[in-house]
Ligand binder design. Sequence first.
Ligand code: SAM
Length: 347
Amino acid sequence: MPRCSNRQVVKTTAMTAGCLFAGMGGFCGGLQKAGIQTLWANEKDESAVRTFLANYPKVRVVEKDVRQLSVDKDKLPPVDIFTAGFPCQSFSHAGHKQGFDDERGSLFFEIIRLIREFGERKPKIILLENVPHLAHGDGGKWLQVIIAQIQLAGYWFSKDNLRILKTDQVAGLPQGRERLFMVAASIDAFYCNDFVFPESKLKLRPLTNFVKRGKKARPSDYLSPDNRYYKAIVAQMKMGNPQSIYQLRRYYVREYPVKCPTLTANMGGGGHNVPFIRDRWGIRRLTVEECAMLQGFEGFVFPQEVSDNECYRQIGNAVSLPVAEQLAEACLRFYKSESRCLKRVVA
Ligand SMILES: C[S@@+](CC[C@H](N)C(=O)[O-])C[C@H]1O[C@@H](n2cnc3c(N)ncnc32)[C@H](O)[C@@H]1O
């Protein structure tokens, strides 16, 4: 039995997509809401694939390491849009910043390889996601490499075609999350790249819409008073607003009154990485469902076989779904009518 019901509304356009590093499906969900059909997805993590398929049962998922993925052997049909939220650990400000020298960072080159494997039928638009530090790391060299590689693969792409989007501003979700998005346009399909990124447009929704303090969570969600951090968290909560969210940082407990902190994949590491709240039954972590909602995964299904830790990790890894939706709609506008750059009108 799934943990919650799936209530997705589907509209359709003629555009198609393929999702690399698909995770639980932030990009796929956003594309679907904009009416763009995902024909195939690739992801190597078995539990992420389970969640993905529980929500997008019609999408063909090739479950394997992207390095083994082949356009011919895996019979991947050409698509209009390629999405890739490639692994960010090696580009993150918080990590070791090894960039392309790290095996995970080098996975970026798999995107380029697959684009090339499509030859003349390469995707018209490439939509990439990563952490903001990617744009500045190693004195800007990481970005130079990415720009050069994408250009050499036959795309219009420069520093003008990337933007940091904030989940709270673009989607109105009360989560402090910033991600770098990059959009490249095929030289075969467009005269130039004047892609217009979505503007900040939605009013911030209150945390109370997302955090269900009136409902008792499962016992395992509550922090035991024996826990070594319990006293520190209680002390900070006593000083702060009872409606706030709290997070244990390395040396202190931080209060978040308006927006929850960035939900990250390390929430899946257990321990105290998931933000806390107080309700009338005690101090508890945000539930999987609350975290999913704070990423915009409304009515999403998590299969029972997927553990809590895996759910938290998938949610922290995901692209905020409504941000992906706004980007998908911007791709549609760019692709169809409003762009001066389009070479030929498409259906
Ligand atoms: C940042 S998450 C992607 C989020 C996703 N793009 C979305 O739309 O929500 C990165 C994903 O890449 C996957 N991944 C990492 N290394 C991989 C590899 N070698 N092959 C395939 N997938 C990989 C991870 O399991 C993770 O789900």
